[in-house]
Design a protein around this ligand. Structure first.
Ligand code: URA
Length: 153
């Protein structure tokens, strides 16, 4: 299960998470792991598009997260990948930087949780794709998926 931040304009129109440009990159990340989008569940912390695409406020994350927690309970994912700081900080209740949060496993209510960079951030800073690929390989190892393939652009 991948968990992002909030719907953007495309997601708001289509009513589906990660269907815009960041979603295309997420799809490629999923494919590079040897999976298809149908194999994974994708959700957001925030269920409505924040005005002007601003970063969600903490109280907005707290208001929406019970819905996400119900999704997690229903899906019972093998592992959770938190995409970006909003997802990671909300799920882990930690205020560390992305650099500190990523690269290791956490426990979220008895489910293993990994943190990696948000695809929208990777579109702005593609140099971080290499580090992201390391995080995804950690997840692949846990899931018993074959290593390695190259992450597609
Ligand atoms: N960014 C997100 O965090 N979620 C989406 O659904 C789309 C872009």
């Amino acid at each position: 299960m991948f968990i992002g931040e909030a719907p953007g304009a495309d997601e708001d129109i289509q009513g589906e998470p990660f269907v815009g440009r960041a979603g295309q990159l997420l799809t490629n990340m999923i494919k590079a792991m040897g999976l298809r989008r149908e194999d994974v569940y994708i959700a957001n912390i925030i269920k409505c598009r924040p005005p002007g695409n601003r970063t969600p406020e903490r109280d907005e994350c707290e208001t929406c997260s019970p819905f996400l927690f119900r999704q997690i309970e229903a899906i019972k994912p093998k592992v959770i990948v938190a995409l970006g700081a909003v997802a990671a900080k909300t799920l882990l209740a930690m205020n560390s930087s992305m650099g500190e949060l990523r690269g290791r496993w956490y426990d979220f209510r008895n489910t293993k949780l990994a943190v990696t960079y948000h695809p929208a951030f990777l579109l702005r800073d593609p140099r971080q794709k290499k580090e992201t690929w390391k995080d995804l390989q950690m997840v692949m190892k846990e899931l018993g998926l074959a290593l390695p393939k190259q992450m597609v652009e």
